[in-house]
Design a protein around this ligand. Structure first.
Ligand code: DGJ
Length: 730
């Protein structure tokens, strides 16, 4: 609910459990007055105290008064060069060469519903699902307006932010920084949690107290990256899974980003998040506009778990565009780890036949089916079937897969090209490169200049020919390197600071065309696994291959970290062979199944090599997943332990919205002789319900399971796992 106090220029955004408030003050500076647990009917600007602070200048309008300074006031969208020395949200280069921005309140607009920013990903909601507030700020000298967009999804405690800048002047202005959100706090006794790692180890949480000065994470790789995720949290020092205030900030963007928190001189703090200012500079001609990507905030007064569940619900309902929405997604088998580049049509059909016999429903042909792609140094860019490997092309292969009762999926890496390809030989100028320099290779490949429409059109023509040549149900869109040599032959020198962002817009453009032309195709995002696991990609690709690391024990950590923001239905997760291809670890099949089941489930192994007993187990796993997939994907997710702090076991739980069913998954670490007896306290149940478990047939009350716990069975052996299904009985 959005409450307006026109007279005092107070804007209050209420969600079910939280309140967010802004107020334009006597100088029309838009102050941020509050964000936290819900408070009704109150002007919270009284919390802000002013006073004379040396070296914190006063705006000209304040005259001789020294009691007001932008440097100490909580700002809604911080400016630069005019008195606030903390993290700026916006930086304008004006025609005279100054780098300043001075924004004052100039009006508002309110509308029902929530639309997505043009050409960008975003949460969407109908008129009865969300409201949008637009606040106009104006820099009079620059003749620039900044529109701050707030989408309020009340029942999800979700507030979206987006920013649009318009040059109303007669001269060109350059935008050197344009954050998507700025969030000021009057206090700084907060912790910041970020999600970090590298290829094969993504999104590991790191928690640290805010220190004086600036602390930040970000990416300048052109992708949101394996190294840092564009989702961060701030929380009270005492906050944990179930208690304490916490704030999530998610940027719906798949390129360079920065999330920076500053603890300032008088112990206030500020979080600024948006496109990374490195090599960003957007030229706004007269009448020109720029839209910064959307960000989404969730505040939970009840710890991290509730924040995550609100994100999960909101992402599922208002962000993902999934052709399987409301239906179970097919269980897939992918041939990558089974064959790598070395396959024939018969070999693929063999894998599919084995899979179909086990109840698997979709066969995905990974890398290696096109051009001269017999290893990863050649072929990218030539999206024509390699007829030596697949005689008769997809027209011959796909029906053979479908005869087995399976759907067919295909892998592509549209943004890339190898020098050893017909595409590169014809268009060497289509790659990102700096004149006079030979571009760096990554995985032996170069990056196509997706900021260029002609390049995108040509790739899309090739993609369409493939996607229309057979009945294709699924596309894995891969991307396997960071961007370097970022320079576009299509833009003049003063616009080269736009290329990083235009590249991302180009990727979104092609993905949007796929949505338009092939709405039935389920697209899985992938970037060497989880290098572009962000809210931006999720808008186009409702699931993302979580990591190239398929080891079940490593995956516990990756999926745990990922779950802080992103729902399990978005995490591509497969059972693979042992010893694991990435780390050599041997884990039981049951453990691999239970871990992968908390994701968009599939297999990635040569099922023909499995023993009869393994096949029997896989058949059971597949049946179990089919039975529980609604609970797993649409239920509420509870982290019961952390794989980072507890080596004994990792446990999590999914609870149905009516709380009548729950599935608890437990994976043990390394075994010990004569271990203690553990009880596991469950969460999210109805304390008054009686639950029956499928493990021991006993009856437990919800209250006892949540407060006293469930006695965990003792197991001998490393990395064993089990699930407990609970059902409320009348
Ligand atoms: C990286 C992906 O993450 C893998 O799953 C696989 O598709 C390879 N690329 C293929 O080159």
């Amino acid at each position: 609910m959005i409450v307006l106090d026109r007279e005092h220029k107070i804007f209050t955004l209420h969600t079910q459990n939280t309140t967010y408030q802004m107020k334009a003050d006597q100088y029309n500076v838009l102050l941020h007055t509050y964000y936290g647990s819900r408070i009704d009917h109150f002007d919270l600007s009284g919390l802000i105290q002013c006073g004379n602070r040396s070296f914190s200048p006063n705006p000209n309008e304040a005259g001789r008064s020294r009691d007001y300074s932008l440097d100490v006031m909580p700002q809604e969208y911080s400016t630069c060069g005019v008195g606030d020395f903390r993290l700026p949200s916006i930086e304008l280069e004006l025609p005279g060469g100054s780098h300043t921005a001075d924004l004052r309140y100039a009006g508002f607009h309110l509308e029902k519903g929530k639309t997505t920013p043009e050409g960008l990903p975003g949460f969407h909601g109908g008129e009865d699902e969300a409201e949008t507030l637009v606040i106009f700020l104006k820099d009079s000298a620059a003749q620039v307006t900044v529109e701050l967009y707030y989408g309020v999804f009340e029942s999800f405690d979700l507030i979206t932010r987006a920013v649009r800048v318009v040059n109303h002047g007669a001269e060109t202005v350059r935008l050197c920084r344009c954050a998507s959100l700025c969030l000021d706090f009057l206090q700084s006794d907060l912790d910041m949690i970020t999600f970090n790692g590298h290829h094969l180890t993504e999104r590991c949480p790191d928690r640290g107290s805010l220190r004086p000065g600036i602390q930040s994470v970000g990416s300048v790789r052109g992708i949101s990256s394996h190294q840092h995720n564009p989702f961060v949290m701030l929380c009270g020092r005492d906050a944990d899974e179930d208690t304490g205030i916490c704030y999530g900030a998610m940027l719906l963007y798949s390129g360079n980003f920065e999330a920076a928190a500053e603890c300032s001189q008088y112990e206030n703090s500020r979080l600024v998040m948006g496109i990374h200012p490195y090599h960003f500079c957007w030229t706004l001609e007269p009448g020109g506009t720029f839209t910064a990507p959307e960000a989404a905030l969730v505040c939970s007064p009840n710890g991290f778990g509730e924040m995550s569940r609100q994100y999960h619900r909101a992402i599922r309902k208002h962000l993902l565009r999934d052709p399987y929405s409301g239906r179970r997604k097919p269980i897939l088998v992918n041939n990558w780890e089974a064959t790598y580049f070395d396959f024939t049509a018969d070999r693929l059909v063999e894998i599919a036949r084995e899979a179909a016999a086990l109840g698997i429903e979709l066969f995905v042909m990974d890398d290696g089916w096109f051009g001269s792609r017999n290893d990863d140094n050649r072929g990218l860019g030539d999206w024509q079937v390699n007829l030596e490997k697949l005689p008769g092309g997809l027209e011959a292969l796909v029906p053979r897969i479908q005869e087995l009762g399976m759907k067919f999926g295909i892998w592509m890496e549209p943004e890339m090209v190898n020098e050893d390809s017909s595409l590169y030989r014809a268009h060497p100028d289509w790659v990102l490169h700096v004149p006079g320099r030979s571009p760096s290779r990554g995985r032996g490949q170069l990056v196509l200049d997706f900021s260029r429409r002609d390049v995108r059109d040509s790739i899309y023509d090739q993609m369409k020919k493939i996607l229309s040549s057979a009945d294709i149900s699924y596309l894995k869109w891969d991307m396997n390197r960071s961007l370097t040599d970022v320079w576009s032959a299509s833009l003049p020198a003063h616009r080269q600071g736009e290329v990083f962002h235009r590249y991302v817009l180009g990727v979104y453009d092609l993905l949007e065309r796929l949505h338009r032309d092939y709405p039935h195709i389920l697209i899985e995002g992938c970037c060497g696994g989880g290098g572009r696991f962000d809210g931006g990609m999720l808008y186009y690709t409702p699931q993302i291959w979580c990591s190239d690391d398929t080891d079940a024990i490593d995956r516990l950590r990756i999926q745990y970290g990922t779950s802080f923001c992103y729902p399990v239905c978005t995490m591509g997760a497969h059972v693979s062979a042992v010893p694991n291809e990435q780390n050599g670890r041997i884990t039981p099949l049951e453990t691999r199944g239970i871990t992968a089941m908390s994701g968009a489930f599939g297999y990635e192994m040569d099922l023909g090599k499995c023993t009869a007993e393994e096949k029997r187990k896989i058949r059971c796993q597949v049946e179990r997943y089919k039975a529980y997939s609604d609970l797993i994907h649409n239920g509420d997710y509870y982290r019961l332990s952390s794989p980072f702090s507890d080596s004994t076991y990792t446990a999590w739980e999914q609870v149905s919205p009516d709380r009548r069913q729950a599935l608890v998954s437990v994976v043990q670490g390394c075994t010990n002789a004569a271990p203690p007896f553990y009880t596991l306290r469950l969460k999210g149940l109805n304390p008054a319900f009686q639950y029956q478990t499928d493990l021991d047939d006993a009856l437990y009350s919800g209250a006892s399971l949540m407060n006293a716990g469930y006695p965990l069975p003792q197991m001998q052996g490393d990395y064993l796992a089990f699930q407990i299904f609970l059902k409320a009985v009348e």
